[in-house]
Design a binder for this molecule. Sequence first.
Ligand SMILES: [Zn+2]
Ligand SMILES: [Zn+2]
Length: 381
Amino acid sequence: MEIVIHRGENQIGGNIIEISTDKTRILLDVGRELDEEEVRLPDIDGLFDVPAFDAVFISHYHGDHIGLAYYINKRIPLYLGEASVRIVQASDAYKNTETIHPAGFLVHGKPISIGDITVTPFLCDHSAFDSYMLLCEADGETVLYTGDFRSNGRKSFDRLLHDLPQKIDKLICEGTTLSREGYVPVTEAELEEKAVALFKETSAPIFVLQSSANIDRIVTMYRAAKRTGRIFLQELFMAELATAAGKSIPNPAFDDVYAFITNPKRYDALTKYRRIGKDGIAKSRFVMCVRSSMLRYMQSLSEQMNFDGGLLIYSMWSGYLKQPEMEAFLCACEDMGLKVVELHTSGHADADTIKRLIAHVNPTEIIPVHTENAAWFTPMG
Ligand SMILES: [Zn+2]
Ligand SMILES: [Zn+2]
């Protein structure tokens, strides 16, 4: 098997990895660059023009892994997780943009044969729901691509290791956190405990700024809300994504979860959910999930109820804090009487977790991707 890292080798995001034999060519992820404002299509023959790839596998729905799937030649079959597809399609429908139409779904432990390459997905934990590692086998060789993963979520990392092979030839491994000196991750369960402790300190409103597609975080914040006697409020976009993720994910079909809208034009879409308006919200004890674009809505709500002593939980990557729009949003929250508290944990493996994976799959060669510290891997290879 030949491996070509078209993109994502010495940078975080924008992964495009080609695996080929004499007969078959596939790609693992077709990501967009994280910081690009307009899509720039990379110069890869046979991806966008005349199709020369036999399949594209997407490890998970983050833009830096799936972003170019919208632009590739439609005749190239696309594979990703079934729940991922539902979430992506729900998101695209909300935004009224074109969506993707996969040829098949990734299922944990179920091999898919494309020509003489067999790809077996392994469900892993990440800040995107329904994420997979991908094991490629051909020519008597095995290559494992980790996608993005972590061990500090709610899925058991031991179980994943148990399911993975104990000897592979090549490991294409993510190393996002390796440039963070001494990084030790908080688990999603520990985050829940911290949230509960914080929520207990106040009876004023609580807002959580988080990604609507971070399904694990929705679970964490919902559980903390429930344990402190608060209803959980999801704006329509999050309600659509949480519903698409599956019945067990907190969504407005739960007794204590309500959907709301910030744009009256979306009322028709709201009616299929248990819903709540501003008057009802103002009378409730709640945890409301918000986006930074919802500032005006929050300001109008603050005219109907007192926010003093309330919290804005910042539950996203700290890098966004430096962005001027984010600074302005958080400042405006403080002006409304909210205390800004950071409560977040990474979706990426820490060094110890990566070492455990390497020790288990025992690769002959390691190819670092999705990292700014590829040198970390050198003594392990
Ligand atoms: Zn990524
Ligand atoms: Zn990711």
